[in-house]
Design a protein around this ligand. Structure first.
Ligand SMILES: [Zn+2]
Length: 389
């Protein structure tokens, strides 16, 4: 067992290093999870018929062995896994319950452990709200993938992507088990916002994604206020797709790049969550206008046709037209130039940051100008925009 004496107290509890607790203590915690999976919050299994339904339960709820009453704010540790040294890996989460019943809004960041902007958004929201400030319940998870966060990686130690394993299985793979632990909490949300950034060496313009064919999700997306909204239900196994399939109005806020805190992306995310809370009647105040919104029903990746060093001309968020020169790929001595010409018109909503490319590598993500599409045309193309390779 590692020597933990030098660790500060808060670090010890953060990684969940056990304080030599007896074996029966784990059993009690496990029973607490099984017997009281937040079931008091919403009545039974959410169905597609109750997207966004209010929770009208006013009594105490029990989560991760802790009882939370209306009017209380509590910090909890959700047992999610164990480390290679046998220590508990308990995920910090915050629950805020207003005195009045209302929606159960869940904020989940860091499912990809290297995507940090969302972590700061959730920290800010949970830190600046108390039980007296809200109606309904707010559940915040600042870092869902603790393993990835500690390793500065998108993935879990088994190289699996946690965001492809929801709703999970308690007897399945590591990713599946962890997903299940979260799902036992998150299945009881009425609304959910999942926070992401571009994957490694990619950046995304601040945008909201969701299954916009669902009116409640479209309304929530618009209320959030991001200037770019993308029709994208997400691949199977993602949290937002699973939540939506279970009747939860789920959206994803995607902004910036991995491994850093970006002030503007974070600011827009915090304002967006507050906007969503005002929209849901959870918070007093008025929505902040973040600018003209564009809804993209289809997107396309522009890919490199040749290997080499790429120089990209447009910037993130810029509009492009068919025939525009988007960049040049050349060899290390600037010879054998290949000009990248756009075959589409639209707005650049994501781009590669690394100058090194090989054939087929995704370079630019474009929201397509396509006014001819109506709502019935949405969702035909399911793109794995989180991970375009
Ligand atoms: Zn992500």
């Amino acid at each position: 067992m590692a020597n933990t004496r030098r660790l500060p107290k808060h670090a010890r509890s953060f990684v969940g290093i056990p304080k030599r607790r007896p074996a029966w203590a784990g059993i009690i915690i496990a029973c607490g999870l099984v017997l009281f999976p937040l079931s008091a919050l919403a009545d039974g299994e959410p169905s597609s018929g109750r997207v966004g339904a209010d929770s009208n339960i006013e009594e105490a709820i029990v989560l991760a062995g802790e009882t939370i009453y209306p009017g209380e704010k509590k910090e909890l540790r959700l047992p999610t896994s164990e480390s290679f040294i046998g220590a508990n890996v308990d995920t910090p989460l915050v629950v805020i319950r207003g005195k009045e019943p209302g929606p159960v809004l869940c904020l989940v960041a860091g499912i990809h452990g290297d995507e940090l902007n969302g972590t700061e958004i959730v920290r800010e929201i949970m830190d600046t709200h108390g039980a007296g400030d809200i109606r309904g319940t707010l559940i915040g998870v600042p870092i869902a993938n603790l393993f990835g966060f500690i390793n500065q990686s998108r993935y879990l130690p088994d190289r699996r992507d946690l965001n492809r394993f929801f709703p999970g299985n308690e007897h399945g793979s590591t990713a599946s088990r962890i997903a299940r632990r979260f799902w036992d909490v998150l299945r009881n949300c009425t609304h959910l916002i999942d926070f992401h950034t571009g994957s490694l060496h990619r950046s995304n313009v601040p945008q909201v994604r969701g299954d916009l064919r669902n009116e409640e999700i479209l309304d929530l997306s618009r209320a959030f206020g991001a200037r770019v909204i993308v029709q994208n239900p997400g691949p199977q196994g993602t949290l937002r797709r699973t939540a939506t399939d279970h009747g939860i109005a789920a959206i994803l806020y995607e902004a910036g790049e991995s491994m850093r805190f970006q002030k503007e992306e974070i600011r827009k995310g915090v304002l967006g969550v507050r906007n969503a809370m005002v929209h849901l009647g959870m918070r007093e105040g008025r929505r902040v206008d973040l600018g003209t919104q564009r809804v993209y029903r289809r997107t396309r990746w522009v890919r490199a046709e040749h290997g080499g060093i790429i120089e990209i001309y447009p910037v993130l968020g810029e509009s492009i037209s068919e025939g525009d020169i988007l960049g040049v790929i050349s060899d290390p001595l600037r010879r054998d130039k290949d000009i990248l010409v756009s075959r589409v018109s639209g707005q650049i909503i994501g781009m590669v940051l690394s100058p090194m490319v090989i054939p087929g590598m995704a370079v630019l993500h474009v929201g397509l100008d396509d006014q001819s599409l109506d709502a019935s045309g949405m969702g035909m193309e399911v793109l794995d925009s989180d991970r375009p390779e």
